[in-house]
Design a protein around this ligand. Structure first.
Ligand SMILES: [Zn+2]
Length: 93
């Protein structure tokens, strides 16, 4: 997500610019400390406030920017993400 944002916004070719790299490192550190860990639900459903207000605002901006674009870069992942958040627990018959 941050990579998409950085490439489009900051013109980074492969690596992130220092700003985005710092934000990514911070986000990964927070995820590691999050009690839900890697199994955590969709981020906006997470009950724990992982990020400090200033960082959260930056992350939120990245998400809002990259969200729609993810559909083009990772169509399968994005669609699966939408399906899963719309039908929690999957279909059971
Ligand atoms: Zn950047």
């Amino acid at each position: 997500m941050i990579r998409i944002y950085c490439r489009a916004r900051h013109g980074a070719a492969r690596d992130l610019c220092s700003d985005c790299a710092e934000l990514l490192a911070y986000a990964q550190e927070q995820i590691r400390q999050c009690p839900f860990g890697i199994d955590k639900p969709v981020c906006n459903q997470c009950a724990v406030h992982c990020y400090s207000p200033e960082k959260r605002e930056r992350i939120r901006r990245v998400m809002r920017f990259s969200g729609p674009r993810m559909l083009w870069n990772h169509p399968v992942l994005a669609i699966r993400h939408v399906l899963r958040s719309r039908y929690p627990g999957g279909r059971s018959k």
